[in-house]
Write a protein that binds this ligand. Structure first.
Ligand code: XIL
Length: 367
């Protein structure tokens, strides 16, 4: 009898080992379906997906995601490379893909100090333009872009990264030339161009308390002056220790308490060190050093478990506040395409997205 039991146990063990594990594309239910009661699950499209060459990523997007953001091709420097010359060729392809696949489409981004229309702040002599000129140029940019995508984009990141971590206004050229009401004007112009589209005030490090408070105060001010702001956007470019669970919870609750709905716009998690502290400022740069690239030869089980449990910690907070969160977008489809591999240090190995480079889903999402 004992022998039979042992034998059966052995057979079962063998069977479970040999049973092929379903990969992320074979799983019956995609992530968007799994979390449909909670929030939309979004990701981004870049050149390899737009051109249709990265088939693995495209299949993952179709299977798992129901919201889409263009990673770069709807930014100012791309859509209006020269004054008055608009180029929507790539943006149109992303929007077509989203429509074809029934996805919530996010426009990114109208007003941002990084990757702006390069000419927008200066005149032909290279001098800074006047306040009136910049307002006129900003109005023209916003109006043309928003009208072009009218009915095809569900929500726009209207203003990106307007605040410093201490809650003061970022001294961007928009702020310096126009003053703090460049934000008010941007929201006004966007709404006038498409009264139906939802509008987002987006930033990174929103879990820094003073920055969070400044964003909440600004949205309240905009709303009380009759302007439409539908969401605060939290980028959520996270590290292994920032923001802490506690900081995330406090922040999500603050927005709830102030009746401000959220979109998590650019979630990713870097598990490797970098020297410049917590930031997502894209101009931040450091040179490659081996000590900043600890996983270049692969991921050991212990580190894999730590990364997954950190992902789970953050994602669980989103889930427990999902009544106030419209969308969670991850900034990258697989790890292979993540901007983190080249920012702020070029050429590193990192695991920032929901899918490993070979297309396998991160374990924390399989539970
Ligand atoms: C990043 C892109 O992922 C990179 O490909 C590009 O080189 C720089 O910008 N905050 C934002 C995003 O709002 O637009 C940035 O995207 C990441 C930080």
């Amino acid at each position: 009898m004992k022998r039979i039991v042992l034998c059966a146990a052995l057979m079962m063990a063998l069977y479970s080992c040999s049973e092929p594990k379903k990969n992320s594309l074979q799983q019956e239910e995609g992530l968007a379906k799994k979390y449909e009661q909670n929030f939309k699950i979004g990701t981004i499209f870049a050149q390899p997906q737009i051109e249709g060459v990265d088939k693995l990523s495209i299949d993952i997007v179709k299977k798992h995601f129901n919201a889409l953001t263009a990673e770069n091709c709807m930014k100012g420097e791309v859509v209006q490379p020269e004054q008055g010359r608009f180029d929507f060729s790539l943006g149109d392809k992303v929007v077509d893909f989203a429509r074809h696949n029934n996805m919530y489409m996010v426009g990114h981004v109208l007003v941002w100090h990084s990757q702006p229309p390069k000419w927008i702040f200066t005149d032909s002599q290279g001098n800074r333009v006047s306040r009136d000129t910049l307002i006129e140029r900003m109005k023209n940019h916003i109006t043309t872009v928003v009208k072009h995508f009218k009915g095809k984009v569900d929500a726009w990141d209207v203003v990106n990264e307007a605040f410093e971590d201490d809650g003061s206004y970022r001294k961007s050229p928009y702020f310096e030339i126009i003053g703090e009401d460049f934000i008010n004007l941007a929201f006004k112009f966007a709404h006038e161009a498409d009264p139906e589209v939802k509008l987002i005030l987006n930033d990174y490090n929103v879990c820094k308390p003073q920055k969070c408070d400044a964003i909440i105060a600004k949205i309240k001010e905009l709303r009380s002056s009759g302007l439409q702001v539908d969401y605060a956007g939290m980028q959520m470019h996270c590290t292994m220790d920032f923001p802490s669970k506690n900081e995330i919870e406090t922040t999500l609750k603050k927005f709830e308490d102030n009746n401000i709905k959220l979109q998590i716009t650019e979630f990713d998690l870097t598990s490797i060190p970098f020297p410049m502290g917590n930031t997502a400022e894209i101009s931040a740069r450091a040179d490659y050093q081996e000590k900043y690239d600890p996983y270049k030869n692969g991921l050991d089980d212990d580190s894999r478990a730590k990364i997954n449990s950190r992902f789970k910690e953050i994602f669980d907070s989103f889930l427990s506040h999902s009544q106030n969160i419209e969308r969670v977008t991850v900034w990258g489809i697989t790890d292979k395409g993540s901007w983190r591999l080249d920012w702020p240090i070029p050429g590193r190995t990192d695991f920032p997205t929901f899918f490993y480079s070979d297309g396998k889903m991160k374990e924390f999402l399989m539970e």
